[in-house]
Design a protein around this ligand. Structure first.
Ligand SMILES: O=C[C@H](O)COP(=O)(O)O
Length: 221
């Protein structure tokens, strides 16, 4: 994808403004919503216990099986169902990263399918692979499994794994694998406007940011 001179509003339209810190309070989420509105972003992304929220005009996303992914699939499904019942329009679930590391991509597919079946076809389902902890082969096969299971996006990272967050190489590989059939969300450690542009140039169609204002302030109006 050619390097394009994206404007502040064009990038903002791709952003899930995110607050997933364990210490986050309902007041913090209220401030997140106000800032999201002021920044003109697409969505907010919060922990499921913070729902329901009053975020009219914004898309509300909630994480599931976060951040380890080591929850039973049925627990992830129930968590996702409850989040949707409490107003989430998008679900960002974490796969069982160990299954991907072990090459058990049928288990990855079953995990994602369980959540998809729990929420139905309406909500957007994004699947967090934790790409910094995976080989290129595991990234490719996990993308394929997620797509087969009905994911709407594949997503790089939780932002909480010691292996790191999003990389341009991982985003490019994910984008090549899904071929535009589903979205690619880059998240985890994206701190500057240039980093955001690089991810978009590599094929990211959504950005998960906690430091959204700093990223957008680096872009032309
Ligand atoms: O999308 C979810 C991530 O937690 C955002 O990562 P970040 O806090 O490094 O921007």
């Amino acid at each position: 994808m050619p390097d394009v001179a994206l404007t502040r509003s064009q990038v903002a339209a791709l952003v899930d403004h995110t607050l997933l810190k364990p210490e986050a309070t309902t007041d913090d989420v209220g401030a997140l919503i106000a800032e999201a509105r002021s920044l003109g972003v697409l969505a907010i992304c919060v922990s499921p216990s913070m729902l329901p929220v009053r975020a009219a005009g914004l898309v509300t996303a909630a994480v599931v099986g976060f951040p380890s992914g080591k929850h039973h699939s049925l627990v992830k499904g129930a968590e996702a169902r409850l989040a949707v019942d409490q107003g989430a329009q998008e679900i960002d679930m974490v796969i069982d990263i160990g299954a991907a590391v072990a090459g058990d991509f049928n288990a990855v597919l079953a995990d994602v399918l369980t959540v998809r079946e729990a929420i139905g076809d309406g909500p957007v389902l994004k699947v967090i692979l934790e790409t910094a902890a995976l080989t290129d082969h595991a990234i490719v096969e996990s993308c394929r499994a997620a797509e087969r299971a009905g994911a709407n996006f594949v997503k790089t990272s939780t932002g909480f794994h010691p292996a790191g967050g999003a990389s341009v190489d991982a985003v490019r590989l994910m984008a090549q694998t899904v071929g535009g059939r589903i979205g690619v969300k880059a998240s985890g450690g994206i701190r500057t406007a240039q980093a955001a542009i690089d991810m978009i140039d590599a094929g990211a169609t959504r950005l998960g940011l906690s430091g959204t204002r700093a990223v957008l302030d680096g872009l032309p109006d």
